[in-house]
Design a protein. Structure first.
Length: 74
């Protein structure tokens, strides 16, 4: 943490102001995001759709048909 203060203090006052403004922006952007909520994350991740074996089989069949398709020559 001391390195951060040393670096900050080595900046000119104008650049220090820019750093302050940037930090204020970041704080306002992420204000209220709070801590990580594992229960909420688990509930959200459980709702992600998944493909069944039948879905995958359909994609595989289509891939094989696509590979056999002959394009029209001009």
């Amino acid at each position: 943490m001391n390195d951060l203060f040393v670096k900050y203090n080595s900046l000119s006052p104008d650049v220090q102001k820019e750093v302050d403004d940037f930090l204020d922006f970041m704080l306002s952007k992420y204000k209220g995001t709070g801590t990580f909520d594992m229960k909420r994350w688990k509930a959200k991740i459980k709702n992600i759709s998944t493909w069944s074996e039948e879905d995958v089989k359909t994609f595989e069949e289509n891939r094989q048909q696509f590979n056999q398709w002959k394009s029209e020559k001009w």
